[in-house]
Ligand binder design. Structure first.
Ligand code: CTP
Length: 401
C-alpha cells in the first residue's frame, strides 16, 4: 500500500475529492491531505482530517521543527493534485513554493498526477496550455478534463472526472511502481466493446464483448501519459479519466471512427470484437412473424476488416498496429498456430492471442494471453487482471515506437 499526498486546490470540485480520499483510504493507502488556503474555503480542515485520519496542514510554518514540506514530499509514493486549478498549475509550473503543497511538489521524486477542473475558457487559455505543457515535459501526468456540466449553467471541457475514475487512474499509475510516463507526447487509439448490426429497430446481431480489455488498455495508456482516443462500441462501463471517448454502434461506424482517429496516431489497438457479417437489408419496421408459420431468411454480407485496413493504410510506416484474436484450438491447429496465421493475414505488428471458451475471456476481470510479434517474438502473459495485460501490450508498443 502506498503513501499518497493528496493536494487539494481551491476549486468547487474540491467537494468531490472527499470521495476520492475515502476511496483511497478504503483501498488501504495512507493519505496525507495538503489543501491550499483557498481549498479550505470550499471544504474545511475537519473533513480532510476525519477522512484521512491524519493532521492537515496548509503552510510550511505549521510544525516547522519537522520540516514538513521536505518530509511529506520525500515520503510520498505519489502526489495527486485534485482539483488542479489554473492558479495552482501556474504556481507549480513556475516552481513557486508559497505554501505547503507547492513546496511539497518541489521536494517529491515520485509520480505527480494533476487532475484539472476549471471553466473551459481557463483550460484553453494560452497561459494554462503552456503551464500544462511545462508540467508534462517535466514528467508530471496532467489528466485531460472531462467534457460536461460545469459549475453554473455552462457545459464544456473542464469538468473533473468522477471520483471512481480518478481512483482507477491513480491505481494504474501506482501499479507501475515508480516508472515514469513513457507515452507522454504520443497519441494512441484503442477500440473496445462489440459491434451491433441491426436487423430492424429492435433486433441486432451482436457479441459478448464487454469492453473491459479495451478500457483497461485506454486507462493504462492514459496513466503512462499518452493522449488516448477510445472508440467504444456498445460499452456500459464507467468512462476512463483523461480519455477522449468516441461512441459507435456498428462495424461500419467503428471503421469510420478508427480511420479518422488513426490519421495522427502513433499506435492503434483493435481490442473491439467486430461483426464479420451484417444483414444485407435493414427493415425500418419490426419484422413480424408471418401468418403461414415460416421463418424469415436473413441474408448476410461481409463487413470490412478494420484491422487489416489499418495495417495496410498506415499514415506513417512508424505507426504500430496491434490486433486481438480470440481463438480456440481445433483439428487444423493449436491456438498459437491460428494466432500466427492471423498475425500474417492481418499485417499488424503485434497480435494478442486469447484462448476463449465458455468461461474464459469475455465478461471476466482476468485475462491470459500470448502476444505474438511480426518479428517472430512471443511473450506469454499469465492469468491476471486485464490491466496487467494492458501494460505488457504498451511495453511492447513502446519498444517499437
Ligand atoms: N477485426 C477487425 N475487423 C473485422 C473483424 C475483426 O478489425 N471485421 C479485428 C479485431 O478487432 C481483432 C482482430 O481483427 O483485433 C481479430 O479478430 P477475430 O474476430 O479473431 O478475427 P477474424 O478476422 O474475424 O477471424 P475469424 O475468421 O477467426 O473470425
Amino acid at each position: 500500500m502506498a503513501d499518497i499526498v493528496l493536494g487539494v486546490g481551491g476549486g468547487i470540485a474540491a467537494y468531490k475529492i472527499a470521495e476520492v480520499l475515502r476511496r483511497l483510504t478504503e483501498s488501504g493507502h495512507s493519505v496525507t491531505v495538503v489543501p491550499t488556503r483557498s481549498a479550505l474555503r470550499f471544504v474545511g480542515e475537519p473533513t480532510w482530517a476525519a477522512l484521512s485520519g491524519r493532521p492537515v496542514h496548509t503552510e510550511v510554518f505549521d510544525e516547522v521543527h519537522e520540516v514538513p514540506h521536505v518530509r511529506i514530499g520525500r515520503q510520498a509514493d505519489l502526489v495527486l493534485v485534485a482539483p488542479a486549478t489554473a492558479d495552482l498549475m501556474a504556481r507549480a509550473a513556475a516552481g513557486l513554493a508559497d505554501d505547503l503543497l507547492t513546496s511539497t511538489l518541489l521536494t517529491t521524486r515520485g509520480p505527480v498526477v494533476y487532475v484539472p477542473a476549471m471553466h473551459t475558457e481557463m483550460w484553453e487559455h494560452p497561459a494554462t496550455v503552456a503551464n500544462v505543457e511545462t508540467l508534462r515535459k517535466r514528467g508530471a501526468l496532467v489528466v485531460e478534463p472531462a467534457v460536461g456540466r460545469l459549475t453554473g449553467a455552462d457545459t464544456g471541457k473542464g469538468r473533473l472526472p468522477e471520483p471512481a475514475d480518478i481512483h482507477a487512474y491513480v491505481t494504474d499509475v501506482l501499479s507501475r511502481g515508480g516508472a515514469g510516463p513513457d507515452l507522454t507526447g504520443r497519441h494512441v487509439v484503442v477500440s473496445a466493446g462489440g459491434t451491433r448490426e441491426h436487423l430492424d429497430p429492435v433486433r441486432f446481431l451482436g457479441n459478448r464483448s464487454s469492453g473491459r480489455q479495451g478500457y483497461a488498455l485506454a486507462r493504462a495508456a492514459a496513466a503512462r501519459g499518452a493522449r488516448v482516443t477510445l472508440v467504444a462500441a456498445n460499452v456500459s462501463l464507467p468512462d476512463p479519466a483523461g480519455v477522449d471517448l468516441v461512441r459507435v454502434g456498428s462495424a461500419a461506424q467503428l471503421f469510420d471512427a478508427m480511420v479518422a482517429a488513426a490519421a495522427d496516431a502513433d499506435a492503434v489497438v483493435m481490442a473491439a470484437a467486430v461483426a464479420d457479417f451484417r444483414p444485407v437489408t435493414y427493415t425500418d419496421t419490426k419484422i413480424k412473424k408471418s401468418a403461414d408459420g415460416s421463418s424469415p431468411v436473413i441474408e448476410l454480407e461481409r463487413t470490412a476488416d478494420i484491422l487489416a485496413h489499418l495495417s495496410a493504410n498506415r499514415p506513417s510506416p512508424a505507426q504500430v498496429v496491434v490486433g486481438f484474436a480470440a481463438e480456440t484450438g481445433d483439428a487444423t491447429g493449436s491456438v498459437l498456430d491460428h494466432g500466427r496465421a492471423k498475425l500474417a493475414a492481418k499485417g499488424c505488428d503485434l497480435l494478442v492471442v486469447n484462448e476463449v471458451g465458455a468461461d474464459r475471456g469475455f465478461e471476466s476481470e482476468d485475462n491470459a494471453a500470448v502476444v505474438l510479434g511480426a518479428d517472430g517474438s512471443s511473450v506469454t502473459v499469465g492469468t491476471g487482471p486485464k490491466s496487467a495485460l494492458a501494460h505488457v501490450v504498451w511495453d511492447l508498443v513502446r519498444d517499437r515506437l
